[in-house]
Design a protein around this ligand. Structure first.
Ligand code: T3D
Length: 260
């Protein structure tokens, strides 16, 4: 069996590790197919409360495997690859009713950067860096890049990142609002696990509702979004987790959420 993608369930966290370190975890179709399968599994497995996505070795992900999509022979239909592999993956990550922590441990380039941006909470190690490398090889940002970037950093910065393809340090990414936090390299893996476990212990229904609301917000009017918040809050108000959260507060104890 291929070990191109490693998955391990730890304390409710599905740790998903891209495992082609010798290629900085560049995405060949086998790896993207394995990622699609992993996110399908995460959606179905009730033991999975959160996903931690990271890379083995010194890179997070160097984007599409250029050796696979170029070379001798007929030109590949990139649209076909994007449609069959990348787009379903990004859709699954966004639709997953569980939080995804993207733990960017090293370089995140091209579709590798946008894979990280498809997560819900993004952290990076101090030595990680980010680049929309597509322009260097004559492509445009895919895997949701032209959607995520302007919403995260604004249109002017998104266009500059895409068109110039400059490399941003973690500190710059933090300053631009692309990531939530940056940790020193030596504690990064531990901090990522702590944060993912923290997400896994949060009320699952509330997190799922948040993902729905944030996903919808990008295309909704304020009116529609207020209605959606109202509907979701109504549902959460009847949940056992809401009763537990309020009870725990009043009794001055830690809440234990069950997702009911
Ligand atoms: O349909 C479709 O699939 C189209 C979708 C496209 C989406 C995209 O992601 S397009 C963008 C693709 N990615 C890139 O253009 C980035 C290419 N890589 C780089 O520019 C550099 O490797 C990095 C800036 C990421 C890191 O540089 P550095 O100096 O730290 O490492 P390196 O020495 O360049 O790379 C280490 C090895 O990984 C090296 O192999 P070697 O020489 O030791 O045998 C290198 O060739 C390999 N590698 C890095 N990136 C890729 C790769 N191999 C295949 N594909 C890669 N993307």
């Amino acid at each position: 069996m291929s070990d191109i993608l490693l998955t391990e369930l730890r304390h409710g966290v599905l740790v998903v590790t891209l495992n082609r370190p010798e290629r900085l975890n560049a995405l060949n179709v086998e790896l993207v197919a394995a990622l699609n399968a992993a996110f399908d599994g995460a959606a179905e497995d009730t033991a999975v409360q959160a996903v931690l996505l990271t890379g083995a070795g010194r890179g997070f992900c160097a984007g599409a495997d250029l050796a696979q999509i170029t070379g001798a022979g007929p030109k590949p239909d990139l649209g076909e690859i994007v449609e069959a592999y990348y787009n379903p993956l990004v859709r699954k990550m966004r639709a997953l009713p569980k939080p995804i922590l993207s733990a960017v441990n090293g370089v995140a380039a091209g579709a590798g950067m946008n894979l990280a941006l498809a997560g819900d909470v993004i952290i990076a190690s101090a030595s990680a860096n980010f680049t929309q490398a597509f322009v260097r090889i004559g492509l445009l940002p895919d895997a949701g890049g032209t959607y995520f970037l302007p919403r995260m950093v604004g249109d002017a910065r998104a266009r500059a990142m895409a068109m110039l393809g400059e490399t941003l340090t973690s500190a710059q990414a933090l300053g631009l609002g692309l990531i939530w936090k940056c940790f020193p390299d030596e504690v990064f893996a531990a901090e990522a696990m702590t944060l993912a476990a923290n997400l896994a212990a949060k009320p699952p229904l509330a997190l799922a509702a948040m993902k729905r609301a944030f996903n919808a917000a990008a295309g909704n009017s304020l009116e529609a979004q207020l209605d959606l918040e109202c509907q979701l809050q109504r549902e959460l108000g009847y949940s056992a987790d809401f009763a537990e959260g309020v009870g725990a507060f009043l009794e001055k104890r830690a809440a234990v959420f069950t997702g009911r």
